[in-house]
Design a protein around this ligand. Structure first.
Ligand SMILES: O=C(O)C1=C[C@@H](OP(=O)(O)O)[C@@H](O)[C@H](O)C1
Ligand SMILES: C=C(OP(=O)(O)O)C(=O)O
Length: 449
């Protein structure tokens, strides 16, 4: 990936801007896009996908599935066509699988390889090579796969899958949709029933889509909310037509920009509002944010609406740690909203943020402090004392916030720049292309409208 070369970094100062007005449509959901390609690659026949996110992370998944036998093409109208190999039909890749910056690609594909007689090496960029893979190595080793990993259970790693693999019952020790999905994907080509016990619910796109492709999957919810997910292996997949809804995690940047830049009034169309993803919008409403849902409907089996956002006076709150899994990627941009709110915002239960593309607690503390916000870091969160709507001072001339190859840090600080006096200078905008290649273009369109 290009962003591996620090000499080629693309810094940018995001300047204060007038109101954001107009209508935009954000690209397809990243989680659903990854899964569309992976599951399509396991169906015999043609799966057609519209609205696929064409970000670097998803393209890494597509390249890996091609390397293991699927035929994946983009048509001129933007529809993606996938001809799969059948469940159990993946082929030995001839080279290492380059996962770029993408944790989802790595962990879910490790699950797929685990139940095939395949040896595969996974490599990634400097950020991904720091992230823990032990959380998927443990259950997949119980299913019979064998691993040689870098110290700390990190990339590069080589794994030998097992065929047949052994079905397991596994209780998730961390709230992680990636770990859950890795085990379920391994279970697809495993005889018998694979069971994942999920004490804290996480995004459920895998469950929805596995069923859609024809897998026999049940979810039992216990009194305390624990979910028991059972999947019957050796499934036969039917190819699907998939319409990918807009990514709420991408919409989040424009929702917060609209709330904090005075005079803003914008509509973000086609935003996925799966309840396991949409907690940010509820938290922002609790802070006083005016976010209205228009035309609630279903797209591709997921709830979707257009969001009408207006500039609002925000008030700091204590965020309930129970909502963390349903907005796990949205904390960096929530911190920006909190920095502009009246009073104190307290967040906790965010340990998982320390093992994302960067340590997002410490990266956001450092970045917001450099931009002039009042931020305190705790073991598992940030405490932010907001300006009460006054613009942030911005980064001093010659100083840049460090994004650590993390797209969400870069976009969050870009939004902070809009609501600052001197602008916010970001050290490298290239990582934005991993999840939201058209982010800068959409932003420019809204401030110019
Ligand atoms: O399953 C997925 O598509 C994802 C799950 C989350 O990761 P964890 O499972 O590590 O929390 C999230 O942070 C990531 O952006 C996408
Ligand atoms: C954590 C993220 O992605 P991944 O784990 O796939 O790298 C993200 O997109 O914020």
């Amino acid at each position: 990936m290009s962003s591996a070369d620090p000499a080629a970094a693309r810094p940018r100062r995001f300047l204060p801007a007038g109101p954001l007005t107009g209508r935009i449509r954000v690209p397809g959901d990243k989680s659903i896009s990854h899964r569309s390609i992976m599951l399509g690659a396991l169906a015999v026949g043609e799966t057609r996908v519209t609205g696929l996110l064409e970000g670097e992370d998803v393209l890494s998944t597509a390249a890996a599935m091609r390397a293991m036998g699927a035929t994946i093409t983009r048509e001129t109208d933007g529809t993606w066509s996938i001809h799969g190999v059948g469940v159990g039909g993946l082929l030995q890749p001839s080279q290492a699988l380059d996962m770029g910056n993408s944790g989802t690609s790595t962990r879910l594909l490790m699950g797929l390889v685990a139940a095939h007689a395949i040896t595969a090496t996974f490599v990634g960029d400097a950020s991904l090579s720091q992230r823990p893979m032990g959380r998927v190595i443990d259950p997949l080793a119980q299913m019979g796969a064998d691993f040689t990993a870098s110290p700390g259970g990190r990339l590069p790693l080589t794994m030998r899958g097992a065929a047949p693999a052994v079905p397991i019952e596994y209780r998730l020790p961390v709230a992680s949709a990636q770990v859950k999905s890795a085990i379920l994907l391994a279970g697809l080509n495993t005889p018998g029933i694979t069971t994942v016990i999920e004490p804290v619910p996480t995004r459920d796109h895998s469950e929805r889509m596995l069923r859609g492709f024809g897998a026999e999957l049940t979810v039992e919810v216990e009194r305390d909310g624990t979910r028991i997910i059972r999947l019957r292996g050796e499934a036969e997949f039917r190819p699907q037509r998939i319409v990918v809804p807009g990514d709420p995690s991408s919409a989040a940047f424009f929702v917060v920009a609209g709330l904090i830049v005075p005079g803003s009034d914008l509509v973000i169309e086609n935003v996925g509002l799966n309840p396991t993803r949409a907690a940010l919008f509820d938290v922002l409403r609790q802070m006083g944010g005016q976010i209205e849902e228009l035309d609630r409907r279903e797209v591709g089996g997921e709830p979707v609406a257009d969001l009408h956002v207006r500039h609002s006076a925000l008030t700091g709150i204590t965020v309930d740690p129970a909502v963390v899994p349903s907005m796990v990627d949205e904390f960096p941009i929530l911190f920006v909203a909190a920095a502009l709110a009246q009073g104190r915002t307290v967040t906790s239960g965010l340990e998982e943020l320390r093992v994302k593309e960067s340590d997002r607690i410490s990266a956001m503390r450092a970045a917001l402090a450099l931009a002039g916000a009042t931020v305190t870091e705790t073991e598992d969160g940030l405490i932010i004392d907001g300006t009460g709507g006054e613009p942030l001072p911005g980064t001093p001339q010659g100083a840049r916030v460090t994004t650590h190859l993390d797209h969400r840090i870069a976009m969050s600080l870009a939004v902070a720049g809009l609501a600052s006096r001197a602008g916010v200078e970001v050290d490298d905008t290239r990582p934005i292309a991993t999840s939201f290649p058209v982010f800068e273009g959409l932003l420019e369109g809204l401030v110019a409208a």
